[in-house]
Design a protein around this ligand. Structure first.
Ligand SMILES: [Cu+2]
Length: 284
């Protein structure tokens, strides 16, 4: 993961500049974009503000999207710090509307950059689309902005999110967190939510996700030293280890268990049953 560049160089530059131009009352402050290494996915223009949404990815896709937000005050031509931001993604389908799991929007070490994540469970199409709404407060004044966004299936076509009904008649969403797979024992994380209603998706704590990575193209062999995903309260994610012994296509078979170790979804892989109905995919 990239880190957000602090504008230290810009600060030094502007101080130097100011001291050399005592005649000029209005020194130019050169501000480096702290998100220069990211892609700007969309800009919402409203209330004389531009809300810029950035990501490591080059588009909104189904699954886990880590997003960064900046608010530009168009009149002052500067970025707003100390805003309070909340957001709501809503999918407008032909028969209904629904939201998706998402984090709060929080501040980062750079005062003009805010961040959060959103987990889209399905892509838009010609008749059905996602809309992103921001409610934000600057200096006690409340604003909002809404814009339609394109949410696409991942470029590599691999499954990174599961939306399913558990054996307890609860609908869950389980998403893999982004990782750069390598031939080694990798850190591996996922986030789990339940669908309380169309608009509410709380995090599910203290369940367990077992993993069984297999290479279906090579006799469905597995790998040693995997560790099942257990809930980590600090990060509110499920964490474990994924062992990948070679490059290629891996199907990571999963089972979701509740706190009583009852299986809510997924099956054990065996000679007779080559895969689970709950899985992620990786190809590298
Ligand atoms: Cu939908």
């Amino acid at each position: 993961m990239k880190t957000i560049k602090l504008s230290l160089a810009a600060l030094i530059l502007s101080v130097t500049f100011t001291s050399c131009t005592k005649d000029n009352d209005d020194p130019i402050v050169v501000e480096e974009n702290p998100l220069a290494d990211y892609n700007m996915l969309t800009t919402l223009k409203a209330n004389s503000h531009s809300l810029e949404v950035y990501s490591d990815q080059d588009q909104f896709t189904i699954g886990y999207n880590e997003l960064f937000i900046r608010i530009k005050d168009e009149a002052a031509d500067s970025y707003v710090s100390d805003a309070d931001i909340s957001w709501m993604p809503v999918m407008h389908m032909t028969e209904m509307m629904h939201s998706c799991p998402k984090s709060e929007v929080s501040k980062t070490e750079n005062v003009s950059v805010y961040k959060g994540y959103s987990i889209f469970q399905m892509p838009g199409n010609a008749d059905e689309y996602w809309e992103l709404t921001f409610d934000y407060t600057i200096d006690g004044q409340a604003y909002n902005a809404t814009e339609r966004i394109e949410v696409t299936a991942p470029v590599d076509g691999k499954k990174k999110v599961n939306s399913f009904m558990g054996s307890d008649d609860t609908r869950y969403i389980l998403a893999m967190m982004p990782m750069d797979p390598e031939v080694k024992v990798n850190d591996f994380s996922a986030v789990l939510f339940k669908m309380e209603d169309m608009m509410t998706f709380p995090i599910v704590e203290d369940y367990k996700v077992t993993i069984d990575p297999r290479m279906p193209g090579m006799g469905n062999h597995s790998s040693p030293n995997n560790e099942d995903l257990n809930y980590d309260a600090a990060s509110k994610a499920y964490k474990g280890k994924l062992s990948l012994t070679m490059t290629g296509y891996w199907k990571i078979n999963l089972k979701l268990m509740n706190a009583d170790d009852e299986v809510l979804k997924g099956e054990t892989v065996s000679e007779e049953n080559e895969s689970s109905s709950l899985f992620f995919e990786i190809e590298f």
